[in-house]
Design a protein around this ligand. Sequence first.
Ligand code: PLP
Length: 429
Amino acid sequence: MSYERSKELFAQARRYMPGGVNSPVRAFKAVGGQPLFIARGKGALIYDVDGNEYIDYVGSWGPLILGHRHPEVTAALQECLKIGTSFGAPTELEIDLARAIVEALPAVEMVRLVNSGTEATMSALRLARAYTRRNKIVKFEGCYHGHADFLLIKAGSGALTLGVPSSPGVPASTAADTIAAPYNDLDTLETIFAREGEDIAAVIVEPVAGNMGVVPPREGFLEGLREITRRYGALLIFDEVITGFRLSYGGAQALYNIDPDLTCLGKIIGGGLPVGAYGGKRYIMEQVAPEGPVYQAGTLSGNPLAVTAGLATLKVLKRPGIYEELERKSTLLARGLAEAARETGLVLSFNRVGSMLCTFFTETPVVDYATACTADTRRFAVFFQSMLEQGIYLAPSQFEAAFVSLAHTDEHIQRTVEAARKAFVVASK
Ligand code: PLP
């Protein structure tokens, strides 16, 4: 494969943008080489500027559950362009999306639309702090909730690590109110709450972690979070930016039957355009301005184009059999990959929940950040490069999910498994 044009563009991009990208995960730092510049996508396929074709498992990092340029999303967007792109005043479309979210997610009675997942988590935590009149928050090691200062906390390996900023520019005083706990570990959480439960405003969690690879919640973990937070008067916030409308139409909260106080959304609800949302119990959401005193705003919030793409996506997802089909395809891929790895004699750890998959290059079962870190990232990089050479586009990091979309056909999956068979052999050397 030739990547000449991508290389040229990357050289130009680096002149004008830090690292040549607008989000660090797009650079190929963890796997070596240079990012590909994408020219277009259709269904499950993307094409780079050198004309190479790839089966795409990144799906813009989760939003494109219907694949690229789904005809219904594209048609709706074309119609929307006729009315305008932004008004900074209410539109009926916003009610439609808010209603669709409230009807879909059992724990959401009211919702505020924002522009990104980062805005959603940041705003939900401001609300939680205002509502409880407490300052501290608990997050889990390896969970990512966007790049707000107080959420960019590097969690040390110790059980009761206090927040240490993981980026220059985050004041230590900001980090000090964030407590990082190990995922899937209720005992440690109990200890944290016994020590400072009266000061903790909220626990925020990815109900299925998707930012340290894919890590499912242990049986009872989410129930335990609900019970402990309730006991101490803290709020439970589900960050469903990835899982919302992906694991089921009602998100992870419907799948695991948990009732969080607040829920954060993004990705799929924007159908590939920039959207986020936070919502939850009416009595909490009524604290948000202008109904209540907790300020939060946005020039482009509820943007007609973004809302339209989201609505069109949810309309397709609501049809009968959609999630069953996604599950069938994802099972096919997961089984194929596991079998291919076995054939090469590689012992790997596979985690999957619905259409979120991860192949960890470790023999250790991955249940939290520490076990995720046992993965051999060098081997993953070799695997990644071999897959790319064979036309399979995976996220350029061991610690990301592969997303299956409705646009992936059985034939795409078969081709992916064939490619993996070869890539595992290369990676096993
Ligand atoms: N929360 C989770 C679980 C995410 O995966 C992400 C982004 O990947 C975010 C929040 C932040 O969303 P955004 O990138 O739209 O700001």
